[in-house]
Design a protein around this ligand. Structure first.
Ligand code: GSH
Length: 204
């Protein structure tokens, strides 16, 4: 397998999942700051120009974070990164999709990159505020969801590296974090998989 990633992007969550699984994989750097996601070489892998993208051993590519995480967890079900039951799998996808589609794509993206959507300065400021409100509400939802547990779904699962990439951004951008989310970050960063992924992405 080969993971197309950019350091500390949402692909970090998939990188951690690959480390958790322990199967062989390679990394291919797509530097978003240098706009490498738009280069024809990468467009041939993912025409949508986004990381993460996962090239599988049969030479086919899976894109979209929730699909990649779900495929990896099911393909390596022996690692128990997703529950066996239909209901548990639906709950895992429910949480992952909320993190990626709402808190990340609507909250963080609008808060941090309003210029991608509108050129007018006042409109950018309005979008930034709307994004911050969605992001902060999302962090509150995550804190309530985690409650007093170690892991979001009770047992460690693909939902945890997903929450990790997002909470890593929240910490980096100095958004206020509830105590249980700060503790969750520390718990994640005590895991060898997270330490390995961070080191490989040059984040420490
Ligand atoms: N819907 C996609 C979103 C992925 C995404 O937004 N990736 C960001 C990095 S965190 C990216 O590649 N951005 C590059 C761009 O928008 O040009 C998914 O779930 O994988």
């Amino acid at each position: 397998m080969k993971l197309f990633y950019s350091p500390a992007a949402c692909s970090l969550g998939i990188h951690v999942i690959l480390e958790d699984i322990g199967a062989p994989y390679e990394l291919h750097l797509i530097n978003l700051r240098e706009r490498q996601q738009l280069m024809p070489e990468f467009r041939a892998v993912n025409p949508k120009g986004k990381v993460p993208a996962l090239l599988r051993d049969d030479n086919t590519v899976v894109t979209e974070y929730p699909a990649i995480a779900f495929w990896l967890a099911r393909r390596h079900s022996e690692t128990k990164l997703i529950g066996e039951a239909f209901e548990e799998q639906a709950r895992a996808l429910e949480l992952i999709d909320h993190i990626v589609s709402t808190i990340h794509m609507r909250g963080y993206t609008l808060a941090m990159h309003p210029q991608k959507f509108v050129s007018d300065a006042a409109a950018q400021e309005e979008l930034r505020k709307a994004g911050c409100a969605i992001f902060e509400e999302g962090l509150q939802t995550l804190s309530e969801r985690l409650d007093g547990q170690n892991w979001f779904l009770g047992e460690y699962s693909i939902a945890d590296p997903t929450a990790y990439y997002l909470l890593n951004w929240a910490r980096r951008e100095a958004f206020p974090l509830a105590e249980n989310l700060v503790e969750f970050l520390a718990r994640m960063e005590a895991r060898p998989s997270v330490r390995a992924a961070r080191a490989q992405e040059g984040l420490d």
